[in-house]
Design a protein. Structure first.
Length: 59
C-alpha cells in the first residue's frame, strides 16, 4: 500500500497471479491468430519470476 506522497508504507510479495498469467496467454493467442505475432508460445516459458523474487527478498 502506498501513501499519497508515494512513500512505501506496506508491501506484499505475492507470486505472479495465475489469473493474470492466463489472461496474458489468451491475449498472445489472440495476437497470434490475427498474425500480430508469428507463432504461439507459452507465456509461462517467457515469464521470469526472478526480478519479483529479488524485490521480495530485499523489502
Amino acid at each position: 500500500m502506498f501513501e499519497p506522497s508515494g512513500r512505501l508504507i506496506r508491501a506484499d510479495c505475492l507470486p505472479l497471479d495465475e489469473t493474470s498469467i492466463t489472461a496474458l496467454q489468451h491475449l498472445t493467442d489472440f495476437l497470434q491468430r490475427w498474425d500480430f505475432i508469428p507463432q504461439r508460445f507459452d507465456v509461462r516459458d517467457w515469464i521470469d519470476p526472478r526480478p519479483l523474487e529479488e524485490v521480495c527478498r530485499v523489502i
